[in-house]
Ligand binder design. Structure first.
Ligand code: GLC
Length: 445
């Protein structure tokens, strides 16, 4: 055991202790290469669409924030009938945007299951919608070659056995019993992990309340891996996450990767520490019909690049409506990101973090081969003087081209590094990529 631990490094040092480093790397490979995924927050809360009693700030936290009695919240169930839901269309939009995986809420904090569970009536089964959205998504993802992943909330405001039962849960009786709750949760997870084919990631959340413990996290991690050994599990399965920065600190670590939320870390964490920043397109995760604070596509594209340049993934969220549609501004943004990715995805997929500490004009990703390295220079601020400085680069340049159309550009080696001489106009409005191939192993001063 002690010997094994030596060859393990990850966010999850304790848990992966039983896993050899090469096995861990093999399990993480698709995630590391993908860099870009779609988050979907879809549930019963999409019926009120963020609005209640004149307030319009709600979304997936509707139940907790309104403190509505559970018996009243349950009245939304007959109104949830997403007849316009088209799994293939959703998957197509994600794939077209360049995303390689989808993480969807199988159950959010309100406990409402978006799949047909045999263990409770609190879920899609009780609605007029006589289908299983997750089944349909699983089939569509399989067909399109995307990984389907499930978000699952540990905290559950509806289940009578969740340890911190809410005062407004007027449907629960008796004393909450966490052991019984865990048995229920494992039952649902077993359904999710046996009836929907291979699942890419189990994306836990809602781990922060007291009843959830490190020991329970370790046990749950092992349970999920026992059902699908190759699955990846985020760090919210345990108690190690330090706030919205999302990375594990301290000794109690469980899970395979860190989960920064609504932020991108200022720097990466080095090889072997995996992470994924999840971020919204407007200000809410779940659907809110009043939220028009849509981020410009330029920002979304640059966020993706920023994550990749620091060795992490970007999980971009959409909150579909109760009819089963992506909001139109989300559709438009996915499309525009897709146009950028069609030309530039080579500079994102299968890349690793930038070798530079800081670049004044943008970001860098890289691919290393035996013969040399390819640096993808993502230029956010296209130069007025036609010169892009690559500071400290000592290697011999093999070639420099614009990724947009393959145009060759010239370079000059200077004592300060390499200067690239580029045309006046930026090839791309969001981020222009210069592909710089150099000989030998990277030598940066
Ligand atoms: C949170 C929230 C939530 C959202 C999520 C996404 O912690 O509780 O509603 O699902 O994280 O990261």
């Amino acid at each position: 055991m002690v010997g094994l631990m030596l060859i393990v490094s990850s966010v999850a040092q304790e848990i992966s202790a039983a896993e050899l480093q090469p096995d861990h790397d093999a399990r993480m490979q698709w995630f590391r290469e993908a860099r870009f995924g779609l988050f979907i927050h879809w549930g019963l809360y999409s019926v009120p669409a963020g609005e209640w009693n004149g307030k319009t700030s709600y979304a997936e936290w509707f139940l907790e924030e309104t403190k509505m009695p559970v018996s009243q919240y349950e009245k939304f169930v007959p109104q949830f009938n997403p007849v316009k839901f088209d799994a293939r269309a959703w998957v197509h939009m994600a794939k077209n945007a360049g995303m390689r995986y989808i993480v969807i809420t199988s159950k959010h904090h309100d406990g409402f299951g978006m799949f047909r569970s045999g263990l409770t009536d609190w879920g899609i089964k009780a609605t007029p919608f006589q289908r299983d959205p997750l089944k349909e998504l699983a089939a569509a993802c399989q067909e399109a070659g995307l990984k389907l992943c499930f978000y699952y909330s540990i905290m559950d405001w509806h289940h009578p056995d969740w340890g911190t039962r809410r005062a407004w849960n007027d449907q629960a009786t008796g004393e909450p019993d966490m052991d019984r709750y865990v048995a229920f949760m494992k039952g649902q997870l077993k359904e999710l992990l046996t009836n929907y084919g291979p699942v890419g990631i189990l994306w836990f959340d809602g781990e922060w309340e007291k009843p959830w413990t490190h020991e329970r996290g370790v046990d749950l991690y092992n349970y999920v891996r026992s059902l699908q050994p190759n699955i990846i599990i985020n760090n919210r399965v345990g108690k190690g996450r330090a706030g919205m920065a999302g990375m594990d600190t301290g000794a109690e670590r469980v899970g395979d990767y860190g989960t920064p939320e609504q932020e991108i870390p200022p720097t990466g964490f080095g090889p072997g520490v995996d992470w994924e920043s999840c971020m919204t397109m407007n200000k809410h995760w779940g659907y809110n019909s009043h939220d028009h604070n849509w981020k410009p596509t330029e920002m979304l594209v640059r966020n993706l690049i920023d994550c990749a340049s620091k060795g992490g993934n970007y999980l971009l969220n959409i909150g579909p409506t109760s009819e089963g549609l992506f909001p139109q501004p989300s559709v438009e943004r996915l499309n525009e990101i897709g146009q950028w990715m069609k030309i530039n995805s080579e500079s994102i997929y299968e890349t690793t973090a930038s070798p530079f500490k800081h670049l004044t004009w943008g970001r860098c990703t890289r691919k290393v081969t035996n013969a040399g390295a390819t640096l993808y220079l993502h230029v956010f601020d296209w130069p007025n003087d036609g010169r892009i400085e690559v500071p400290g680069l000592k290697n011999t340049v093999e070639s420099a081209t614009l990724l947009s159309d393959g145009t060759r550009v010239s370079t000059v080696s200077t004592p300060a590094g390499v200067t690239i001489l580029v045309p006046e106009a930026a090839p791309d409005a969001f981020a222009s990529v210069v592909v710089l191939r150099v000989k030998g192993s990277l030598n940066i001063e």
